[in-house]
Design a binder for this molecule. Structure first.
Ligand code: CMC
Length: 427
């Protein structure tokens, strides 16, 4: 086995560490016994050079700008499969083998999408105008009281029930968060509608079961809208050991209820450096206000004395165009052509921001490209999704990934509690 030798220049001692071959991507050095063998530990704030686990779920090639779920390219999954198929792939490692299986899984999710009536009291207790991410994190935590038996899961059936239950309920919870925030009565799921259509229905329908009169003045939910949102969910379904997934794994490593770990993941996703960026992108595009202001705006972003950042740009792993952003950019243009009209003004500003940034030395030297959040907001707005629901939409998309990662962690008999050290610099 290939090794890396570490030489301590103070003591002249040499230590060998095994190199691990990954099935794809760069190799890793196994430093798990670094402290025990050398008495020294590693320092890596932000974990930029550290793997915290082995995983088979998603793979990112940051140089090429490639993302795979269980070995499948996201571009292929978006083209050929529904989001509910991708959920099945992530939590059970298999895509449905035919249309019947695909429908059966979607139907199971629809039937599991209803919420315990007790949970409705929680939504009602929170103020109108509450940010849906705060409500959502609390509501998912409350789910652990309603399904306490998932605390001690024993077999694959238990794992699947836990994962399918929360994947099914999360769109209902997001819709209820929204309706609570605007003071509108809750709309219960309709099992005749597919997983994704059902979500749009619960958001839009006014108290009557028909969609004739809706909150947004819309008459119908079109298949094109359902398809667009379905693709957006798929593009968010998993993404390696990002901050929220790492949070889910860290919290799960203590042996807590899985929904408590997922609630913590939702809180981690809320921040603007992570999933909260999609909301901020739209705010920034509106603040820029006109293509003629883009150059000045970019100058501000580059000012090292100003902590201001261009939202929807940059990524820890991608040093190339984020493949999710590429798909979203062409989806935006395709939908616009097919009749879901994008905000032309904001689209032009976004296009100009991208052009200016990608030809600027500051961005070129740092490999800063548009990420998944840069174009998603423009599409979500065209789908009449309010801005404060953008990050909750990310939550719906990421739920199968969190479940898969959590299950991978708890099924691993060698997984340990997450417990990093610190470089102590105090008194
Ligand atoms: N605008 C301006 N400068 C940037 C940006 C940006 N968006 N992103 C990174 N930089 C600069 C940063 O100032 C630093 O410059 P220097 O080397 O001179 O100090 C350099 O690029 C490296 O940045 P970093 O902060 O060390 O990179 P990171 O890997 O720790 O952070 C990031 C990654 C995504 C938090 C960061 O790029 C960022 O804040 N982007 C804006 C927020 C955003 O769009 N987040 C969504 C990420 S993708 C969806 C998701 O996974 O949630």
């Amino acid at each position: 086995m290939a090794t890396v030798t570490l030489i301590n220049n103070e003591t002249n001692q040499k230590f060998d560490f095994d190199i691990i071959e990954c099935t794809r991507g760069p190799k890793a050095v196994n430093f798990s016994k670094l402290f025990e063998t050398t008495g020294i530990f590693s320092y890596d704030p932000g974990y930029g050079s550290t793997a915290g686990c082995e995983s088979t779920i998603s793979y990112i090639d940051g140089k090429k700008g490639e993302l795979l779920y269980k070995g499948h390219k996201i571009e292929d999954l978006v083209k050929k499969y529904k989001f509910s198929d991708v959920c099945k792939l992530l939590i059970s490692s298999e895509l449905p083998s035919n249309e019947q299986e695909s429908l059966a899984f979607d139907l199971e999710l629809r039937h599991r999408s209803f919420l315990h009536e007790g949970l409705i009291n929680l939504f009602s207790a929170l103020p109108d105008g509450a940010h849906p991410m705060a409500t959502l994190s609390s509501a998912v935590s409350v789910l652990s009281t309603l399904y306490y038996d998932h605390k001690d899961m024993e077999d694959e059936d238990d794992y699947q029930t836990m994962a399918r239950r929360i994947i099914a309920k999360i769109p209902t919870m997001v819709a209820f968060c929204y309706r609570n925030a605007v003071g509108a009565p809750f709309i219960y799921p309709d099992v005749k509608r597919s997983y994704v259509e059902n979500f749009l229905y619960m958001l839009r329908a006014y108290p009557h079961q028909r969609l004739k009169q809706t909150l947004n003045g819309e008459e119908e939910i079109t298949p094109l809208e359902v398809e667009a949102l379905d693709k957006i969910f798929t593009l968010h379904a998993d993404h390696g050991q990002n901050a929220s997934t790492t949070t889910v794994r860290n919290v799960a490593s203590t042996g807590v209820h899985p929904y408590a770990a997922i609630s913590a993941g939702i809180s981690a996703l809320w921040g603007p450096a992570h999933g909260g960026a999609n909301e901020k992108v739209l705010k920034q595009l509106n603040e820029i206000g006109d293509v003629k202001n883009v150059d000045k705006f970019i100058e501000r972003v580059k000012d090292k004395n100003d902590p201001f950042r261009l939202m929807g740009f940059g990524h820890r792993v991608y040093k190339n165009y984020d493949p999710r952003a590429r798909v979203l950019k062409s989806l935006k243009d395709e939908l616009d052509k097919k009749g879901i009209k994008m905000d032309t003004h904001l689209s032009e500003i976004a296009q100009k921001v991208e052009e200016v940034a990608l030809s600027d030395d500051y961005f070129i030297q740092r490999n800063l490209y548009p990420n998944v959040d840069f174009y998603s907001g423009i599409i979500l707005s065209a789908l009449k999704i309010p801005t404060h629901l953008f990050t909750p939409i990310f939550v719906i998309g990421r739920m199968p990934g969190w479940c898969a990662q959590l299950l991978e962690h708890i099924k691993n008999p060698h997984a340990r509690i997450t417990r990093p050290r610190q470089v102590y610099i105090g008194k």
